[in-house]
Design a protein around this ligand. Structure first.
Ligand code: ARG
Length: 475
């Protein structure tokens, strides 16, 4: 069924109907559409526009429809154009034409964006919970390996030794930024488009403030023309998802590298690895690879929506229907991905000996020599040069920095004495980096504690927002 047709003498061409039909994907909005219909019904009722008896009938039909939608008993038919028309069919099937009275003072233009906002608030809260789980998996691993030593990298070359816990905790920090992006997004997106009508508001005495309140929004959208065409909240959510996906892809890349035979640092749990159909020995890091691969679609979906919105005239244009599939795809794929990534992180075992053995390779302690000279008052450029010469000597002799003789050290810089050798241990280099963000295990332990206490606050915020949302979704 369609919600229009009075001015047409012919029914739509099959090909047009096929092109414009959206119920096959926007059916996901059905529960939110019913909830916003109930909020709208309440304002129609209090404005006195609809007889109380009709309102009671419509309300009880909507309530029944809600449970039939949830249980799968009520489903769209091939002739339904979109979620709104399918639900209106459901309503009129139950109570006859009075069901259509609910359309007064509302247009699909304000309705669809209200539904989409509710869908997104619900799902962004769920995503926050899954991100918090992943973050905790990373933090628990960080703590477990805080005293494990590994080479840290720049340019994918050995750079300086680090606490492996520090290496893992960095991912929890990027996820912390993602979580704060979600809570910022929630504040900005909490405006209700309902009451904007097709584009210009409504001449009926309905109160957008009441529907906004009933639906848990903080306020009413300021400008009805903007409200029906605003999809900033979709673009921002797609960006946040792309950013989370990008962070997961970097986790995936590390896990893939660390589990190679060449590295041999990470041992994946059987439950989070896959085999090969031909090579019996294979154990592949598919979770890590899908984490890396899915970032492509998240970025593509964001780009697709931004391109739809670019130069789009106000107010509603049917182009806006293209906001949904990309959004659902990003939301659902991220939800699919977060749990297995958390599982992979939580169950991976790292080889402390291998990481420790690799830590000094590639002269990763050269900075210690430069810092030693700086503490003796030498200018850093000269100190850097002298440490570089030490590397050159050690390379030529095919030995390590701590194997250099007193005279070799002196040849690099007169102030380089034998006591520098005792500084040339990976343990010492790590323990010395006690800045609050540094790699010394005691600093990392404090960083983990801070991340955990921030996560606890975020969790509280998500719980409060989710409870509020459950109230919104209760008829
Ligand atoms: N299915 C449409 C969408 O998703 C609903 C709004 C249609 N509005 C209209 N005036 N044709 O955007």
């Amino acid at each position: 069924m369609t919600l229009w047709g009075g001015r047409f003498s012919e029914s739509p061409a099959d090909s047009l109907f096929a092109l414009s039909r959206s119920v096959q994907f926007d059916w996901r909005l059905a529960p939110y559409d019913i909830v916003s219909s109930v909020a709208h019904l309440e304002v129609l009722e209090s404005s006195g526009l609809l007889p109380k008896a009709d309102c009671a009938k419509i309300r009880s039909a909507l309530t029944n429809l809600f449970s039939e939608v949830q249980s799968g008993k009520f489903l769209p038919l091939p002739e339904d154009e979109d979620v709104h028309s399918a639900l209106e069919r459901g309503l009129t099937e139950k109570i006859g034409v009075i069901g259509s009275a609910i359309r007064a003072g509302r247009s699909r233009n304000d309705q669809v964006t209200t539904d989409l906002k509710l869908y997104l608030i619900d799902n962004m809260l769920e995503i926050s919970i899954a991100v918090l789980h992943l973050q905790e998996a990373l933090l628990a691993k960080s703590l477990e390996y805080v005293d494990a030593i590994a080479p840290g990298f720049t340019h994918l070359q050995h750079a300086q030794p680090v606490s492996f816990g520090h290496e893992l905790a960095k991912h929890a920090v990027s996820l912390e930024r993602d979580l704060s992006r979600i809570s910022d997004w929630m504040v900005r997106s909490s405006t209700s488009p309902l009451g904007s009508g097709a584009l210009s508001g409504s001449s009926l005495p309905i109160s957008p403030e009441s529907t906004a309140k009933r639906l848990g929004f903080d306020s009413v959208a300021q400008n009805s023309i903007d409200a029906v065409s605003d999809r900033d909240y979709v673009a921002e959510a797609l960006f946040i998802i792309a950013m989370i996906g990008l962070h997961l892809s970097r986790i995936g890349e590390e896990w893939s590298i660390w589990s190679t035979t060449e590295f041999g640092w990470a041992q994946l749990d059987d439950a989070y690895s896959t085999g090969s159909s031909i090579m019996p020995q294979k154990k592949n890091p598919d979770v890590a690879e899908l984490a890396r691969g899915k970032a492509g679609r998240f970025i593509g979906n964001l780009t697709a929506l931004l391109t739809v919105l670019k130069g789009l005239p106000f107010a509603y244009n049917r182009d806006l229907q293209e906001d949904k599939e990309v959004l659902f795809d990003s939301v659902e794929n991220l939800q699919l991905l977060l749990d297995p990534v958390a599982g992979m992180v939580a169950t991976t075992k790292f080889n402390r000996e291998k990481m420790r053995a690799a830590a000094p390779l590639g002269f990763t302690l050269a900075t210690e020599i430069a810092d030693y000279l700086v503490r003796k008052g030498v200018n850093f450029a000269q100190a850097h040069d002298a440490a570089g010469q030490c590397v050159q000597i050690a390379e030529a002799r095919n030995c390590d920095l701590h194997d250099l003789s007193e005279s070799e050290l002196q040849s690099a810089h007169s102030q380089l004495a034998g006591d520098v050798i005792k500084l040339l241990t990976v343990e010492g280099a790590i323990a010395a980096r006690t800045t609050s963000n540094g790699t010394a295990p005691k600093s990392v332990v404090l960083q983990i504690a801070k991340l955990r206490s921030n996560a606890a606050l975020t969790k509280k915020w998500v719980e409060t927002a989710s409870q509020k949302f459950i109230r919104t979704m209760t008829l």
